[in-house]
Design a protein around this ligand. Structure first.
Ligand code: 13P
Ligand code: SF4
Length: 304
């Protein structure tokens, strides 16, 4: 029997045996998305992680996503099939940096992007994702000044759409930050009929060229619901797989073929199978950090 088919069959059996659920981010390799029970953006996966009755959560994404699942599910086993899958942006800020920010901006709410470590979340006022950053900032009705970390582009995007003064940490996603306005203009010239949709981790001058700015799942919904037929996609190229699958008749062009996140490609089906057989590697968060990070995550989840 084909090794891959055998692997998939065993994974399906283990899901039943171990009462496990497989969550996969929209950027994951096609074979992983196909075996998952749910695919989605960071917010959808966090919400699902908090609602699931499964005993085991197999998180196919990067470290901070599995950590968020562990923060929300202390009684469950959370597996990250390839523990080397990290997020360079999450590593651009430390809990000590956030403590310094608090001293530098006393009384200013600190909104931390979910792309951060549990220890950084624990020092923050509230979390946000790419799909709710504006709503989270607006929830501070009496605060004209906010601080956002670690993504400078998400912070500038949120400031533009809320009219608030937002100070920010100068972190960035290496994959989105390298997309230039010039590359986008060139793609637009090649496909003048196409709408350009972009992720808010892109630079401000790139977002200015966009017809829609949204999270990965927001982009998926937009393409499915739009009556237009061609789109230039300004995010990690992994999203083209679910987008094309749901919209076989539409023409999709990556804004740049080099927008590939190596960490999002580190997890293989063999890793998933091994982790479900061994129940390793587990992601755990020390209880004192978990409780403080949980406050920031729950505060975000309560904002609708
Ligand atoms: P989404 O929350 O939009 O899926 O983004 C996560 C991410 O890592 C983007 O680079
Ligand atoms: Fe992190 Fe960027 Fe990769 Fe998303 S695409 S996981 S933000 S490095």
């Amino acid at each position: 029997m084909n090794v891959s088919k055998d692997t998939i069959r065993r994974i399906q059996e283990l899901k039943q045996e171990k009462k496990a659920i497989i969550l996969a981010h929209n950027y994951q390799p096609p074979a992983i998305q196909d075996v998952a029970d749910l695919t989605g953006d960071s917010l959808e996966l966090s919400r699902h992680a908090s609602a699931t009755e499964a005993a085991v959560i197999v998180f196919c994404g990067v470290g901070f996503m599995a950590e968020t699942a562990a923060i929300l599910n202390p009684g469950k086993i959370v597996l990250l099939p390839n523990p080397r899958a990290g997020c360079p942006m999450a590593d651009m800020i430390t809990p000590g940096n956030v403590k310094d920010i608090r001293r530098q901006y006393p009384g200013v709410p600190i909104i931390t992007y979910v792309n951060s470590t549990a220890a950084v979340k624990a020092e923050s006022t509230v979390c946000c994702t790419s799909s709710n950053c504006i709503r989270v900032a607006q929830s501070f009705k009496d605060a004209d000044t906010l601080y956002m970390a670690p993504d400078q582009n998400l912070a500038m995007y949120t400031a533009r759409h809320t009219g608030k003064t937002i100070h920010y940490w100068e972190g960035y996603c290496p994959i989105h930050h390298k997309l230039t306005a010039e590359q986008v203009r060139k793609r637009k010239a090649e496909h003048p009929e196409a709408l350009f949709i972009a992720h808010p981790e892109c630079r401000p001058e790139v977002l200015e060229l966009a017809d829609l700015v949204h999270s990965t799942s927001g982009m998926l919904r937009f393409v499915s619901e739009s009556s237009e037929s061609s789109f230039i996609i300004g995010t990690e190229t992994g999203i083209l797989y679910p987008m094309q699958k749901r919209n076989p008749e539409k023409r999709l062009y990556p804004a740049s073929n080099t927008m590939v996140c190596p960490d999002m490609k580190k997890t293989s089906l063999e890793d998933v199978l091994r982790s479900m057989e061994t129940m390793e590697p587990r992601i755990t968060v020390p209880e004192d950090i978990r409780l403080r990070a949980l406050e920031a995550v729950e505060r975000m989840l309560a904002i609708r």
